[in-house]
Write a protein that binds this ligand. Structure first.
Ligand SMILES: Nc1nc2c(ncn2[C@@H]2O[C@H](COP(=O)(O)OP(=O)(O)OP(=O)(O)O)[C@@H](O)[C@H]2O)c(=O)[nH]1
Ligand SMILES: [Mg+2]
Length: 186
């Protein structure tokens, strides 16, 4: 029997959400996983276990017709060797440090090298985490600005997963920039 084309294909009145890979990188314990969970669940979940290797999260951003596939990278030294493979092919990323630990900011240069090697020209947002710990802030805005100018990153935020400060804005900014880039290509 000859195949017939059957009933017409239903045309759904929805726009496809483009799926893009974004990474969240930075030293161990700076607050990457807690920030992602704050963004995806709207709550502060303390005592998060350290990330072994990589964890994945998904977030739809209908406003920019995009779905973020978030690669949450374990920041401990022992996971450093797998980072290049995880960063490669990313459409954007967040590089996070802990505002209360200067060393985590100082080490950002090393992270930039890995990122520039494996995902050159990828849009990058710098995030100073744990802004709620006001008495313990050890990294001042002028040195963050200096760093951003040196490496020509998109912008930086100071944020807190505890209070929610800037968390939504960070992911919205990244999604917006990636979506604009895609719009230009397609
Ligand atoms: N006060 C405060 N504590 C935070 C904040 N974000 C994270 N923390 C705490 O910091 C610790 C480390 O947070 P994680 O999210 O596990 O850090 P991580 O960067 O994912 O660490 P790795 O997975 O090892 O790379 C936890 O005890 C969190 O509760 C914040 O905004 N404010
Ligand atoms: Mg983690």
């Amino acid at each position: 029997m000859k195949c017939s084309s059957g009933s017409p294909i239903l045309e759904l009145n929805v726009e496809p959400l483009r799926i893009v890979k974004v990474f969240v990188a930075g030293e161990g314990g700076v607050g990457k996983t807690t920030m992602i969970k704050r963004y995806t669940t709207g709550t502060f979940i303390p005592n998060t276990m350290l990330t072994v290797g990589v964890e994945f999260h998904i977030s739809k951003v209908p406003k920019h017709r995009i779905t973020l596939q978030i690669w949450d990278l374990g920041g401990e030294d022992r996971f450093r060797f797998i980072l290049p493979a995880y960063i490669r092919g990313a459409s954007g990323g967040l590089l996070v440090f802990d505002l209360t630990r200067f060393q985590t900011f100082k080490n950002l240069g090393e992270w930039m090298e890995i990122i520039q090697k494996n995902a050159p020209n990828t849009p990058l947002v710098i995030v100073g985490a744990k802004a709620d710990l006001e008495d313990k802030i050890a990294v001042q805005e002028d040195v963050i600005k200096e760093f951003c100018d040196k490496y020509q990153v998109l912008c930086y935020f100071t944020a807190s997963a505890k209070t929610g400060q800037a968390v939504e804005d960070i992911f919205m900014k990244l999604a917006e920039v990636i979506a604009n880039r895609l719009d230009k290509i397609l």
